[in-house]
Write a protein that binds this ligand. Structure first.
Ligand SMILES: [Zn+2]
Length: 360
């Protein structure tokens, strides 16, 4: 043998090598384990190559394609030994999926291809053949799942989007409606045919009413008098059946009160956010403003990609039914003054001061 192998006793001749029988048998299970080259044709093959079996004295066996190429052989056109066999492709794609799932930020297709030593085109094609998705779509689907899990676990949107691997907030906004599963069809005007549990309590900012549908907290209202809050709830959900006085639900209100008094802790309850597509875009942007910071209506308009819609942004803030959970109190006028707050300017000022924000 002219190519001694470091890790295996060198057989006297090819036909004494146990791998030779697998070549003769065109054993598919041997693909990816070794390659053989034929000195008379100058090509190297995978063991399962359908070409006529060469004479063993003309065959050289290699542990890698690189070794065969280094010895001057070129890839056979019939068995395409440089293309990964199915099992190998599957393993590589599976490894790429795990890599996507575990990465802090979503890797690019170029990075994934480089990690497995394939061209971008070949990686893309193979990944799609194995998973039915492009690497990009797979990453997006996985990221959305993580986002939903993080939000369901009570993380703030800002924390959730970083946890889920959104590299930038603009990509998140572009994506949020789909990611959060807030389809327009879920918006049921007036709450027809549904029951809402509600309870009224007191917090440091005055009276607070919390209401929930089967999907989550749908209203957090604040004011001076509990009965005014109940009328507000009825106005917002005129067709819903309102159920009060539920001891188990009162417990939930305690959680919301604790959150309202310290918004930085996050609210460990799902939200049932209802509104038009535009309102929900605005509210998603508001939820990305961390405690201790404020933004102007203009900032929010820019953040949702509608820089001219400053007045409409203010309207969406006023329509918010989830005080503090959708932090419309963190939005101020460009000059830093506190314009209208549905639940009173004094409460808005108190919330901002409590969070330690510095006004522009
Ligand atoms: Zn071949």
């Amino acid at each position: 043998m002219d190519m001694p192998l470091a890790v295996r006793p060198v057989p006297e001749t090819t036909d004494q090598d146990p791998r030779w029988r697998r070549i003769v048998a065109r054993d598919r299970a041997a693909d990816g384990l070794f390659w053989y080259a034929v000195t008379t044709t100058g090509v190297y093959c995978r063991p399962s190559c359908p070409s006529r079996t060469a004479r063993p004295e003309n065959v050289r066996i290699y542990d890698s394609r690189e070794a065969a190429r280094a010895a001057g052989f070129r890839a056979c056109r019939r068995c395409r030994p440089d293309a990964a066999p199915v099992a190998e492709a599957r393993a590589i794609v599976a490894a790429a999926c795990r890599h996507i799932e575990q990465a802090e930020t979503v890797p690019t297709t170029e990075e994934l291809a480089a990690a497995c030593g394939w061209s971008v085109a070949h990686f893309h094609r193979t990944f799609r053949a194995e998973t039915g998705l492009t690497p990009h779509d797979y990453a997006a689907a996985h990221r959305d799942g993580r986002l939903r899990a993080a939000l369901a676990g009570g993380a703030t949107v800002t924390a959730a989007l970083y946890e889920a691997g959104f590299g930038s907030s603009s990509r998140f906004y572009a994506h949020a409606d789909r990611a959060l599963g807030m389809q327009p069809s879920a918006y049921r005007k007036g709450g027809a045919g549904e029951s809402l549990h509600f309870a009224v309590g007191q917090c440091a900012l005055g009276a607070i009413l919390v209401a929930s549908s089967g999907r989550g907290v749908c209203a957090i209202l604040m004011g001076d008098a509990p009965d005014a809050l109940l009328r507000d709830l009825q106005d917002r959900f005129p067709k819903a059946t309102l159920i009060g006085g539920d001891a188990e639900y009162e417990q939930r209100v305690a959680q919301v009160v604790a959150f309202v008094e310290a918004p930085g802790t996050g609210l460990d309850l799902p939200l049932d956010i209802r509104g038009t597509a535009f309102q929900r875009r605005v509210w998603t942007a508001l939820r990305a403003i961390p405690p201790g910071q404020v933004a102007t209506y203009r900032d929010v308009a820019r953040a949702i990609g509608a820089p001219q819609a400053v007045r409409a942004v203010a309207g969406a803030c006023a329509a918010n039914a989830l005080a503090v959970a959708i932090p419309c109190h963190r939005v101020v006028r460009t000059d830093g003054s506190l314009s209208g707050y549905r639940w009173g300017i004094a409460r808005k000022r108190a919330l901002i001061a409590r969070e330690g924000a510095v006004l522009p």
